[in-house]
Write a protein that binds this ligand. Structure first.
Ligand code: PGA
Length: 248
């Protein structure tokens, strides 16, 4: 089984999403894979209503770590729970680059999501410059160490990791299957080392960055890649279906 999770970012409208969920539920029902979608906060009530009793898992694209208070524009765990939100994307490169999120903030959010029973999707990834200067493994390790500070080993199988090279996001240029496999294997080994684990099986790492119907077979057939976090190709059910239908 593979995990196919859509990250809608700031795209579909409520009426588009209503039609989308109707179709996606049928697709998910026929699939052996795990299907998820992360929508803007305001559409969580809609997702909750439409995905109830279906195989579609849904979530938000962020969350704040404080329970309540003077945090204009932010959203709390309890607010998300009110609509049965399951998944929470954390540390997406757009949040890091455009909204200044640091490893320290992402760590606080990760601890809160785990404590509150969500399934976080922790995103990590290097920029083009970091890749070209051969800093990829160093950058990923720093992001992992920063985000996982104080997180127990027992939480590792209650979350997803998503390796998303920044240069591949929304560009149409995905990592090659060899590169994605090599880096994801390294990510798993890095996490295992941090926790003194010998077994990599409980660490689920998705690939993200221009995953689409043309490259999905190549990338998901790699042994250490457990699924995908999908932006552009998740916005239309017809296209997303081609990824969801992946058979390993
Ligand atoms: P993309 O986005 O599939 O459009 O490259 C992936 C992501 O940002 O999660």
């Amino acid at each position: 089984m593979k995990y196919l999770i859509g990250n809608h970012k700031m795209n579909l409208s409520g009426s588009e999403l209503t039609a989308y969920f109707k179709e996606l539920k049928k697709v998910a029902k026929q699939s052996e894979n795990y299907v998820g979608v992360c929508v803007p906060y305001v559409y969580l009530p809609l997702a909750n209503k439409m995905c109830k009793k279906s195989k579609v898992h849904f979530g938000s694209q962020n969350m704040y770590f404080q329970p309540k208070g003077a945090f204009t524009g932010e959203i709390s765990a309890n607010m998300l729970k009110e609509f049965n939100t399951e998944l929470v994307i954390l540390g997406h490169s757009e949040r890091r680059a455009l909204f200044g999120e640091t490893d320290e903030l992402i760590n606080q959010k990760l601890i809160t999501t785990l404590k509150e029973g969500f399934t976080p999707i922790l995103c990590i990834g290097e920029t083009k410059e970091e890749r070209e200067s051969k800093q990829t493994n160093k950058v990923l390790k720093k992001q992992l160490v920063g985000a996982l500070k104080g997180v127990e080993a027992s939480a590792l199988n209650k979350m997803f990791f998503a390796y998303e090279p920044v240069w591949a996001i929304g560009t149409g240029i995905s990592a090659t299957k060899q590169d994605a496999e090599k880096t994801i294997k390294h990510v798993k080994e890095t996490i295992a080392k941090l926790y003194d684990l010998t077994n990599l099986d409980n660490i689920i790492v998705l690939y993200g960055g221009s995953l689409n119907s043309k490259n999905v077979n190549d990338i998901l057939s790699q042994p250490h890649i457990d699924g995908g976090l999908i932006g552009g190709a998740s916005l239309k059910v017809d296209e997303f279906k081609k990824l969801i239908d992946y058979k390993g």
